[in-house]
Design a protein around this ligand. Structure first.
Ligand code: ADP
Ligand code: MG
Length: 486
């Protein structure tokens, strides 16, 4: 189908998207066992009998998972029902030793929330606690006699997950991406998940369907797995919209199924038919009591709620940052935390932000480090900004110095003194330099006095060169004018 035709067809169809997001909770131990959740250790070293699903063992619920579940629910405007419970979801897979996953089916910990994106509320149906499975490591054809084989690593089995299910409220790939980004930012700021899509600590399944505008019922959806970045999410949705429109236009049916996104080929491929809930034979886990969450418990957690991304954006805007800059800052949590401390020390909020977004951002990108990995301290940066705003050093000198501080650390004040970088506002010192410049450039002086006004900039440049950029610009302008115009 030609692009132009698809563009036309797109106008006939409404896109419907709902996201299921799995967030790995940042607890020290697993959801029902005491093994560490630490990432990257030797395979199968964090596997207690509970994780291995040995006969006779009993799961014990990790209270911290519940705390994080409640905190997330509150941050996402959810209700926290007084009771929730745990259910067994049965299926067989080599990375699931028990033959079932402990999850929450009909009574999840959070219900009825929303995330607001540019004034539109995207509903959150529910969020429930569950355990992660292990990992299969596919070895390829290197086994006995060239056979291919897989190994299983159960370190991840039992890691706590919070699955956050949205309503089918999104209408474009951009909206889905914005929802996902805001969800990630929120989870990071409340400290429950590190939100690393590439490493899988946050995973997203996208449900997509299309329907002709005006049709009441939803079309049949496909569920897309294996989207490991925001870009992949958007591309996968775009591909899937075209695929489904093509099917419908050809009079064929969209099959309800799970499809895998192939990022290299830029296509989705059928993986398996979609299971229905009854395939899993859900039933309440008899090893775990229903959980009663008292209102006092909820209030206790609510009292510890950190500042959420939207409030943070508003605060930065109230400092004088543009909405765009405020958003860029919020999206970079480590830098935002650093920035807050700098402003707390009395540095000008706008100038500090300028330095962070330009010189410091360029340095971090170039060196591939985070702000915490540089030698720049909060105190020294605040000091530097104060030197700039008080006029003790020029903006340009400040920009050079911040790079030195990032690389070498130390105090901004000491550096300015040691390198003699203070602004020269002293008139007699400047007049000496101006006279020298005039003396050395007689032909330019003649031209300027003959009407070539533009040459004024040339003289400013010469004085700045002589002073290594330290001349106070206002004083210089004034003195130079009177010296030249006489
Ligand atoms: P399951 O648990 O079987 O995956 P759910 O009914 O819980 O199914 O829905 C999963 C996700 O799919 C939710 O995010 C929901 O918003 C979304 N969804 C449901 N129906 C549609 C549809 N027709 N088009 C797009 N998304 C849908
Ligand atoms: Mg699903």
């Amino acid at each position: 189908m030609s692009m132009a035709t698809m563009e036309e067809l797109r106008k006939k169809y409404e896109v419907v998207i709902g996201l299921e997001v799995h967030a790995q909770l940042k607890t020290k131990s697993k959801i029902f066992a005491c093994d560490s959740t630490e990432f990257g250790n030797e395979q199968n070293t964090q596997v207690s009998p509970v994780t291995l699903g040995m006969p006779g063992v009993l799961p014990v619920l990790n209270k911290e998972c519940v705390n994080m579940g409640i905190l997330t629910g509150l941050a996402l405007n959810c209700a926290i029902p007084r009771f929730c419970k745990f259910d067994r979801k049965q299926y067989f897979y080599p990375d699931l030793p028990k033959g079932y996953q402990i999850s929450q089916y009909d009574q999840p910990i959070c219900i009825n929330g929303y995330i607001e994106i540019e004034g539109k509320k995207i509903g959150i149906t529910r969020a429930h606690l569950e355990e992660d499975a292990g990992k299969l490591v596919h070895m390829g054809a290197s086994g006995i006699a060239g056979s291919s084989y897989s190994l299983v690593d159960l370190n991840r089995a039992g890691t706590p997950l919070l699955e956050i299910v949205s309503e089918p409220d999104m209408r474009s790939s951009e909206e889905a991406r914005a929802y996902m980004e805001e969800l990630r930012t929120t989870l990071r700021y409340i400290g429950v998940c590190d939100g690393n899509l590439e490493e899988g600590s946050m995973r997203c399944d996208a449900n997509i369907s299309v329907r002709p505008f005006g049709q009441k019922e939803f079309g049949t959806r496909a569920e897309i797995k294996n989207v490991n970045s925001f870009r992949a999410l958007q591309r996968a949705i775009e591909y899937e919209i075209d695929r489904q429109i093509d099917l419908v236009e050809a009079g064929e049916e969209v099959v309800q199924e799970t499809r895998l996104w192939d990022d290299n080929q830029g296509i989705t491929k059928s993986m398996r038919g979609k299971e229905d809930a009854h395939d899993y034979r859900y039933f309440p886990d008899p090893d775990l009591m229903p959980l009663e969450i008292s209102r006092e418990w909820v209030e206790e957690i609510a009292a510890k709620m950190p500042e959420l991304p939207n409030a943070r954006r508003q605060r930065y805007i109230s400092y004088g940052l543009t909405p765009y800059d405020a958003n860029v800052l919020v999206e970079q949590m480590e830098i935002a935390f650093f920035y807050d401390k700098v402003v707390e020390l009395g540095a000008d909020a706008k100038i500090a932000n300028n330095f962070l977004m330009k010189e410091i951002a360029a340095y971090l990108k170039e060196e591939k480090v985070s702000i915490d990995e540089t030698k720049l301290s909060v105190e020294s940066f605040a000091e530097l900004i104060k030197l700039v705003t008080s006029g003790s050093i020029s903006n340009n000198i400040g920009k050079q110095l911040v790079v030195t501080l990032l690389k070498e650390g130390g105090s901004a004040k000491e550096l300015v003194e040691k390198q003699g970088l203070s602004v020269i506002s002293d008139e007699s010192a400047l007049i000496d330099i101006i006279n020298k410049v005039i003396e050395n450039n007689p032909s330019q002086v003649e031209l300027y006095r003959g009407g070539r006004d533009k040459l004024f900039g040339f003289f400013v440049g010469q004085v700045m060169k002589e002073t290594q950029g330290r001349a106070n610009p206002q004083t210089l302008n004034k003195l130079l004018k009177s010296a030249l115009d006489g």
